[in-house]
Design a protein around this ligand. Structure first.
Ligand code: CTP
Length: 402
């Protein structure tokens, strides 16, 4: 990708150097534009050394402008596949929201047709101010993306929201724009379950499993990158990915109700969660003391989320399931496909403990017509992208693209 990184004057400007280096090392071309205030925090030399590209100042007297400075802003605006402003200050957000163009960065922001991404960072009071929020809402209405700031202790000593998001999260948001899109998934609503469920016995004890939710989160990223609108119903403690609407759940029953509330408006469902098949029959509101509970626990079945949603589906909705099997994996997965009424099952052969904690994994897709060529072995992120591409092409072949 060809990325313009606009760096206004905020204390988090030094983190933009790290972002520029990360993107350049990943093979992208990064040209930085410093505003006048930005150049007080970080130098053009730092940025041009890290990116091996020119770094521009706010006017032709600063940074590296070329022979014809009168059209530099138009050339840069055309050159960019994406313009990111990091850290986005209240000042540049206000200028762009109101169409003001007083220096190189603000003129490029106005002239470009490329996607624009903002990563704000400022004092908590400034961030919470209705003027800043109204300006950001305006930028969102123009189709711009925003990577919201994190909570934490800010450079000014205050604690609250306004801390620049993690550099890795900003890079992820930038690179999403360059990822290849799939026509069968662009704008489609994909609901994904992921992670373990927790079935509580009392306020301190729970039954759960060792799933982390990492694969479901990678699938959410891959569907998002392919152009889908993703809703992730997530158990466990892993952080939610950027650009995905995430609903946190605890038990299998919570997961089912979160999915049921969203299923009617979804185009597809991906069941990547490790849902508990049983839960304790009773929940004690107070911690149970030794000897108060019988030594044997009574468990009851939890609803099968995929089967329940499959029974309620309308024409055109598709469902992908997962299966982890230690023997006869193709036969068991085909049975799940039939019994739960799924379009495809991706089966993981876990014989001998394979897959759990492994660096690379293989999934075999099963369709109604039988097993397909295995996908992998690949690390989880690449495997998720390969699965999404395989499924996107299946949908195209089925002609479900409207
Ligand atoms: N699943 C679900 N709801 C459940 C159990 C499982 O939606 N209560 C989904 C999983 O997310 C996965 C698929 O069903 O996509 C297969 O789950 P798995 O636990 O492997 O299979 P089960 O149907 O529970 O059968 P078994 O445990 O007998 O293998």
């Amino acid at each position: 990708m060809q990325i313009i990184l606009g760096i206004p004057g905020g204390i988090a400007a030094y983190k933009s150097a790290d972002l520029a280096r990360l993107l350049a090392n990943d093979g992208h071309r990064v040209r930085c534009i410093l505003t006048e205030a930005g150049a007080r925090f970080i130098t053009p030399l730092t940025l041009s050394s890290l990116t091996a590209e020119p770094c521009y100042g706010s006017n032709p007297d600063q940074g590296e402008w070329r022979a014809n400075p009168s059209i530099e802003h138009i050339e840069l605006a055309r050159w960019a596949d994406l313009v990111a402003v990091v850290p986005a200050t209240a000042d540049i957000i206000g200028k762009a929201a109101n169409g003001l163009a007083s220096d190189l960065l603000s003129t490029v922001l106005l002239a470009t047709r490329a996607p624009i991404l903002w990563a704000p960072a400022m004092n908590t009071g400034m961030w919470a101010h209705p003027a800043v929020q109204a300006n950001l809402a305006r930028l969102r209405s123009f189709g711009h993306s925003v990577v919201d700031p994190d909570d934490g202790i800010l450079a000014c000593g205050e604690e609250g929201s306004g801390k620049l998001a993690q550099v890795a999260a900003i890079a992820e948001a930038i690179l999403m724009h360059g990822a290849p899109k799939l026509s069968s998934l662009i704008g489609k609503r994909v609901l994904i379950t992921s992670g373990p469920t927790r079935e509580d016995l009392d306020p301190v004890r729970t039954l759960t499993n060792r799933s982390t939710g990492a694969m479901g989160i990678e699938l959410a990223r891959a569907f998002r990158d392919a152009g889908a609108h993703v809703q992730l119903v997530l158990g466990g403690d892993l952080p939610a990915p950027w650009g995905v609407e995430t609903v946190r759940v605890r038990s299998a029953l919570d997961m089912l109700s979160a999915c049921e509330a969203r299923w009617a408006s979804a185009d597809g469902l991906v069941g990547a969660a490790a849902v508990a098949d049983q839960r304790p029959e009773t929940f004690a509101a107070e911690k149970v003391k030794k000897g108060e509970r019988p030594e044997t626990m009574v468990l009851v079945r939890t609803p099968d989320i995929l089967a329940t949603l499959s029974a309620a589906r309308r024409p055109g909705q598709w469902i992908l399931g997962f299966a982890a099997e230690s023997e006869n994996h193709l036969a068991h997965a085909s049975a799940k496909l039939q019994n739960k009424g799924l379009d495809a099952v991706l089966v993981n052969d876990i014989q001998g403990g394979r897959a759990f904690g492994a660096q690379a994994n293989t999934l075999t897709p099963i369709l109604a017509q039988g097993p397909q060529a295995p996908i992998g072995p690949l690390p989880k992120d690449e495997l998720a992208r390969a699965v999404v591409h395989w499924w996107g092409h299946q949908l195209e072949a089925r002609g479900t693209v409207q």
